[in-house]
Design a protein around this ligand. Structure first.
Ligand code: NAD
Ligand SMILES: O=P(O)(O)OC[C@H]1O[C@H](O[C@H]2[C@H](O)[C@@H](O)[C@@H](O)O[C@@H]2CO)[C@H](O)[C@@H](O)[C@@H]1O
Ligand code: MN
Length: 440
């Protein structure tokens, strides 16, 4: 089996230790030669990089580990790029959440006005990353997790139309699958999903088990009667537990399919607004929780010189999936994953150029998506509205257009009112001066 060189972009991310750990537990499936961690923040990178050196010395001593803030080192001779950067860091995420909330609309990392603001920031750095990777490693696969993945995927598809080796992925479908598998006490690897939508905006229509039986009806019954919790509920902050609980409400109102949790912001914007606190948002929870824990634990491990008693990994789903996706491509395993791909008729009554999230067989030639066919009017209407928002957001970036940005925000179901959209846009322009193109 070929040994791969990988670079993790956003090497100082809170998710990096979990991904590194997953790499050490999947070596038989995904062989490694070299792991490079790359970040623009030297301090964050050093803490996680030193942890990485200890972890690999103990678990996989043949693998070379390098950490750097030098793009030339990072992107040379790479087989797989795992990308998970956060342009502007948690300081800007906080503004994405708090500024819209202070103006009376949903403020969230990837949805509504917050997702719009983050999207306009991410596109710039993601485009630069793709160009640099292609300069130094023309054949590398770029596996992207950077959010908002829907907007990033659309922008990269528009800016690099010839690219065949960029794949955008979200771990929420697999996390939901793991949560369903717990409810029916079934091995998640024996469940085959049928899924359609856009990123953070989709539904599971079927969950087939190994006998071919669709377990979705049973799951819907369990959730509508007993509620829904994430598989790793004991490790989750309150806001995630509240998010999963809303799945029950969505199923009672719209019982056709199992919804992605993120639909809560679009289906119940008024209710969610009443629950969110503009003074204390998810960013505060992450800073006081995951970020603090990960960095403290990595520092402790470095001081002790061993990661054997490490508690740094709090949820395996994210890291496992990233490595399994790469393994499926590297070794042509053709396993099924829910991924983001260009529609091109997969959902026959949606635009061909939308970037949809669907199940696909993943092999050496990339994703081979399974056909979905026609979707019902309600879902088509919701998705087309959201897709128009995403498309106008990308066009606003490329054309530096204030008008398109205003149209995008006005279309978003979490905003709707055009005067409100203008107010929010003007506030976000002030917040994002350093990051956005000047919109005219
Ligand atoms: N697709 C998914 O389902 C999924 C799941 C989890 C996290 N994410 C995404 O992963 C990313 C990381 O999340 P996090 O909470 O760990 O954030 P984080 O801020 O802890 O980590 C991001 C890191 O990226 C670095 N960075 C910023 N700009 C960069 C650039 N241009 N080049 C290289 N590095 C850069 C930062 O310095 C930081 O260390 C975010 O985009 C988040 O939304 C996606
Ligand atoms: O608010 P955060 O930073 O904790 O999370 C935001 C991300 O939420 C989803 O990711 C889940 C992930 O699906 C699950 O595997 C587990 O690791 O928890 C994460 C949330 O804590 C979402 O899919 C991502 O796109 C978000 O960035
Ligand atoms: Mn996601």
């Amino acid at each position: 089996m070929k040994k791969n060189n990988i670079v993790l972009v956003g090497g100082g991310s809170t998710w990096t230790p979990g991904i590194l750990k997953a790499m050490t537990t999947h070596l038989e499936e995904f062989a490694l030669n070299k792991v490079v961690l790359y970040d623009i923040d030297e301090d964050r990178q050093e803490v996680i990089g030193e942890f990485a050196k200890i972890l690999f010395k103990e678990e996989a001593p043949d693998v070379e580990v390098v950490y750097t803030t030098d793009k030339n080192i990072a992107y040379t001779d790479v087989d797989f790029v795992f990308c998970q950067m956060r342009t502007g860091g948690f300081n800007m995420r906080e503004k994405d959440e708090k500024t819209p909330l202070s103006l009376g609309v949903i403020g969230q990392e990837t949805c509504g006005a917050g997702g719009f603001a983050y999207g306009l920031r991410s596109i710039r750095d993601m485009v630069e990353m793709v160009k640099e990777v292609r300069r130094l490693s023309p054949e590398a696969w770029i596996l992207n997790y950077t959010n908002p993945a829907a907007i990033v995927a659309l922008a990269l598809d528009k800016i690099f139309p010839e690219e065949e080796r960029i794949l955008n992925i979200c771990d929420q479908p697999v996390n939901l699958l793991r949560s369903y598998s717990k409810l029916i006490n079934h091995d998640v690897n024996d469940l085959e999903p049928v899924y359609f939508g856009l990123n953070h905006f989709g539904w599971f229509t079927n969950i087939f088990d190994e006998t071919g039986k669709d377990r979705a009806p049973e799951l819907k019954e369990i959730i509508t009667t007993g509620g829904f919790k994430p598989v790793d509920a004991e490790q989750r902050d309150q806001s995630w537990l509240e998010t999963y609980a809303v799945v029950k409400d969505m199923l009672i109102d719209f019982p056709d399919y199992l919804p992605n949790t993120y639909l809560q912001y679009y289906l119940y914007p008024e209710y969610k607004l009443s629950q969110l606190n503009p003074e204390k948002t998810r960013t505060d929870e992450v800073r006081e929780g995951r970020e603090k824990k990960v960095f403290e634990e990595c520092r402790r491990i470095v001081a002790n010189g061993t990661a054997r008693d490490s508690k740094v990994v709090h949820n395996d789903a994210h890291g496992d999936m990233m490595v399994e996706v790469a393994a499926s491509i590297a070794n042509n395993l053709r396993k099924t994953f829910v991924v983001i791909v260009k529609n091109n008729g997969i959902i026959s009554n949606l635009p061909n150029d939308s970037m949809v999230e669907v199940a696909a067989s993943l092999g050496a030639n990339g994703p081979a998506p399974y056909a979905v066919g026609e979707i019902g009017t309600f879902y088509k209407g919701l998705i087309e509205n959201q897709y128009a928002f995403e498309k106008l957001t990308v066009e606003a970036y490329i054309e530096e257009s204030y008008g398109k940005a205003l149209q995008a925000l006005t279309l978003n179901r979490t905003i709707v009112d055009a005067k409100k959209a203008r107010q929010v846009l003007d506030a976000l322009i002030k917040d994002n001066k350093e990051y956005w193109p000047e919109l005219r």
